[in-house]
Design a protein around this ligand. Sequence first.
Ligand SMILES: Nc1ncnc2c1ncn2[C@@H]1O[C@H](COP(=O)(O)OP(=O)(O)O)[C@@H](O)[C@H]1O
Ligand SMILES: [Mg+2]
Length: 438
Amino acid sequence: MRSPSAQPTTVDVRLHKLHPGQKAIADHPARFRVVMCGRRFGKSALGIRLVCDAALKGQPVGWFAPSYKLALEAWRELVVRLGPLIDRQSEQDKRLELKTGGVVEVWTLDSPDPARGRKYALAVIDEAGIAKDLLAVWQAAIRPTLVDLGGRALILGTPKGRRHGFVVLFHRGEAGDDPDWASFRASTLTNPYIPAEEVEAARKELPPEIFQQEFEGIPTDDGANPFGLDAIRTCVGALSEEKPVVYGVDLARSMDYTVVVGLDPWMKVCVLERWQSPWAETKTRIAEMVKHVPVVADATGVGDAIVADLQTMGLSVSPHIFTQSSKLRLMQRLIAVFQAKDLTIPEGWLQSELEAFEFTYTANGVKYEAPKGYHDDGVMALALAIHGWDRVQCVKPDGSVPPPSLIGNDPHVAEKDHTPQSLATVGDFTSQLPSEGW
Ligand SMILES: Nc1ncnc2c1ncn2[C@@H]1O[C@H](COP(=O)(O)OP(=O)(O)O)[C@@H](O)[C@H]1O
Ligand SMILES: [Mg+2]
């Protein structure tokens, strides 16, 4: 509320000058604007700027984000930018009242009934591409806040899969038959503040469809699945009856399974088992299963001692220590193998694990993992087995070599000379590998 005794003064509020891609959206007259762009296009920056502009004019505005963490980021930035004009600030309610009469409220979309009874001149939904039940929330919670004041909306996001309400809203604007709606799509590189090298680096790391989704705002069929749902399905077949040439072993941590994957000379899964049991039993079971066939095993943390024991028992085990970069390389190789449709996996839980697998972005780059509540030990064991297959088998019995990689610089390409190798015997295998970090 404006205090009656307040004297008019001049204050400095620092706002971004919009880049041309943002300006085209900001200037567009449509009441509801849907912005489906690559990451770091400047969507949030645009939203913050338009919220500030409206609040400075004395209008009430609402900001909606899918999670508390995202909402908090926006809240903090709004507090800093509007700082000199804030009259009242409630951390609890995430509500700012400005000296201009403007009000800004920040909501998380996972709270029940956000913005109930509010009237806004502008509503911004950030990260709409990952908002749960976006259409229902839009219809039941956000759209009603815009009725009284004839408010506008800005719906911002990077898509995550085609089957999402964000894509439905985008099509509404794209159809061109409703002047209230407009849609915009632009790539990350439209933002002049993003170094092109960063985007190029990502292009090398990611499968093409995923690059398009994340950096050009074009949704994929696969959401965040790095292997491709079609590719996974194409690779499903009967469990091979041939003998394994290599095993991948992922050892159980507290909640998950020990998984053993055996691959035959054709890169077909011929052994697939998972279980939970005490370490002593696990070791005996692995030893009985793999005998003298080479194994690549997870030696991270407690795995180190288990692998040492397995080696003492006479097994040909190469330890693999999972680091963020070693995991990234294993995943890139697995993605390449799926894209080339070069392996065969059996139907069942491994397929489900692969289908649920996702990549996410972190400050350090792309990360591949199972979503909360899902296991990833089958995927990891498979990736370890493929890695071992590249060393001990390398060439299929008909002389064909799986295309090394479809994405960027696969480090395996440089390492591998593609000459057929004899199957490793005990002791042979480990010597082909650096001790860790590969
Ligand atoms: N108009 C602008 N002027 C200066 N920097 C900008 C502008 N728009 C975006 N940025 C910067 O670009 C980066 C990405 O912007 P952000 O809004 O976080 O992207 P997105 O929400 O699309 O992922 C941030 O560092 C942001 O500060
Ligand atoms: Mg953002």
